[in-house]
Design a protein around this ligand. Structure first.
Ligand code: C5P
Length: 247
């Protein structure tokens, strides 16, 4: 099957606090994006890789160009697009740049720079077996509760009050790469293109847009190494993974 990977790397990285786009932040002496890109190429699941970078970026584009020059013949086509103001906008932008005839698309966060090859393979295998949507997921170790802000009267005690406890055995922490039949992913993102700001802000992954279409989303096992590098602590963990036995 003709498969493409969309690598979204257009986030600002504010929570990491480096004053540069997250994908550019060094991890083991190399930009986060380059770890992610090498991982995608090594997984060998795609003919085309389309990378969304921040609008106006030149540094990441240069790194990608250098990487592309060094690729051996027969490697994947690598292209770059300007990302948008939301993650979904960045995915839509990349969807518009995929080659005709693309059958499957894997959408991957550059921030999950150390996602292992076997997870890409599991997702690609589920698509080949007939899934229209497939996500890597992990059991959660924490108990997860819903909360809301407290009323004026209680706000001197604590800022939030618990409204419920979700049954942990039914919960999963969801990662990328998320895989889709191309037509399904395109339909899901077309539907989301008309969302108002509040709805758009609530879109945190691609699978939820497919869920809104009523298409079943299948879950395969993810990996702890696929953590999303978001905070300074995550960067320390990722550095440790690179050096340690799992790296
Ligand atoms: O912000 P969040 O943690 O959800 O970002 C997940 C991934 O989406 C990151 O790899 C980030 O670079 C990407 N992203 C993007 N365009 C945006 C926002 C986030 O490509 N506007």
């Amino acid at each position: 099957a003709v498969t493409a990977v969309i690598l979204v790397a257009a986030g600002s990285g504010e929570r990491l606090g480096y004053g540069m786009p997250k994908a550019q932040v060094p991890l083991g002496g190399e930009a986060i994006l380059m770890h992610a890109l090498r991982g995608v190429v090594a997984a060998d699941v795609a003919r085309q890789i389309c990378i969304a970078v921040p609008k106006g970026d030149t540094e990441l584009r240069e790194l990608i160009a250098d990487f592309t020059v060094d690729l051996v013949d027969g490697g994947p086509e690598i292209s770059v697009v300007d990302g948008g103001s939301s993650r979904a906008d960045s995915v839509r932008s990349a969807l518009g740049a995929l080659e005709d005839g693309t059958e499957f698309v894997l959408v991957h966060d550059a921030a999950r720079a150390l996602a292992p090859e076997r997870v890409f393979q599991r997702v690609a295998d589920a698509l080949a077996a007939g899934a229209k949507a497939v996500i890597p997921a992990m059991p959660v170790v924490d108990t997860i509760k819903t909360v809301s802000g407290t009323s004026e009267a209680d706000s001197s005690i604590a800022p939030e009050v618990v409204t419920g406890t979700a049954p942990r055995e039914q919960l999963r922490a969801v990662q990328t790469p998320q895989g889709f039949e191309w037509a399904t992913l395109r339909r899901a993102h077309e539907a989301a293109a008309v969302f108002d700001d509040k709805q758009a802000a609530s879109v945190t992954d691609d699978a939820m847009l497919v869920e809104l279409l009523g298409v079943p989303v299948h879950a395969v096992r993810g990996a702890s190494q696929s953590l999303k590098i978001t905070t300074p602590l995550d960067l320390i963990i990722a550095e440790g993974l690179l050096e340690g036995p799992l790296g």
